[in-house]
Design a protein around this ligand. Structure first.
Ligand SMILES: [Zn+2]
Length: 276
């Protein structure tokens, strides 16, 4: 669903199989924020942009390296901005990364076989601000969900594109390279901006209330983790608590895998489940 949240600031949500994304039209051109999992979807988004404006696409911004956010980069044919960490990670994995996705589900093969990962060519370490006329786009690298996670803050519209730092109404995806303390700090940073809208990586457009929900989610998992001494406890506890405390959240399958990843992160056990 395409929605204009501020003047010339658009969010596109509900992308089947891909993350939310968006774009900002400035007097110098269009900046696209994340590009979904599928080049075919990215092409649809590009067509939509062309209906709304004749301005050229001047930059793509990637919030982090996960395929759901970057595999459509090539379609926009513009330099990619991302944190230096995103470039570092993609350098180390890019050759096999698309294959890894296709290996997860053979239905993805026809949709992803033509993906060429376009690496960022403009990188930043902590924060980078671009000014185009009356629009300012501030990109901030925080880590958390992944070591390279970043968000975009659009002024004067006061809108945040959070990437996967925020999952709205859903279990967030905790990964083996997540850092929960950094993640909580990143959420607090976003909260302090008091954005009018947050475009989350997944889920519906939301506001600061969702930052509280995310922080509470981590608090609940931390409490549960105190009761887990061995991996087999996870199944018992998830049956008891997962249902009562978090039954209204989407992506319910992530509840058990999140606990397993946290268990892995806590004890760094080699036998813990493979999770990507
Ligand atoms: Zn992600």
């Amino acid at each position: 669903m395409l929605r204009e949240l501020g003047r010339n600031v658009y969010a596109i949500t509900g992308n089947k199989g891909g993350a939310n994304c968006g774009f900002v039209i400035t007097n110098e051109g269009v900046i696209v924020i994340d590009t979904t999992l599928f080049p075919s979807k990215a092409k649809e988004i590009l067509d939509n942009i062309h209906i709304i404006t004749s301005e050229p696409i001047i930059y793509v911004f990637n919030t982090h390296y996960h395929g759901e956010h970057i595999f459509g980069n090539e379609i926009f044919n513009a330099p990619v901005i991302a944190s230096a960490k995103t470039l570092e990670i993609l350098h180390s994995i890019s050759d096999s990364y698309v294959n890894e996705y296709m290996g997860k589900d053979e239905d993805l093969i026809p949709l992803l076989k033509d993906v060429h990962v376009v690496l960022p060519s403009i990188t930043f370490n902590r924060k980078k601000t671009f000014t185009f006329g009356d629009k300012r786009l501030i990109f901030v690298h925080t880590g958390g969900h992944t070591p390279d996670s970043s968000y975009a803050f659009i002024e004067p519209d006061n809108i945040v594109f959070s990437g996967d730092l925020i999952f709205a109404g859903l279990h967030p995806q905790i990964c083996k390279d997540s850092n929960i303390e950094n993640w909580k700090r990143a959420i607090l940073n976003i909260r302090k901006l008091y954005p009018e809208y947050i475009v989350p990586g997944h889920g519906n457009i939301c506001d600061v209330e969702e930052t509280d929900a995310m922080l509470n989610y981590f608090l609940t998992l931390e409490k549960i983790m105190k009761e887990i001494e061995q991996e087999s406890d996870i199944d018992k506890i998830s049956k008891l608590k997962g249902i009562s405390e978090m039954s209204n959240l989407g992506f319910p399958e992530l509840f058990v895998s999140n606990l397993k990843v946290l268990f892995y992160l806590k004890y760094n056990k080699k036998k813990a489940v493979k999770y990507t």
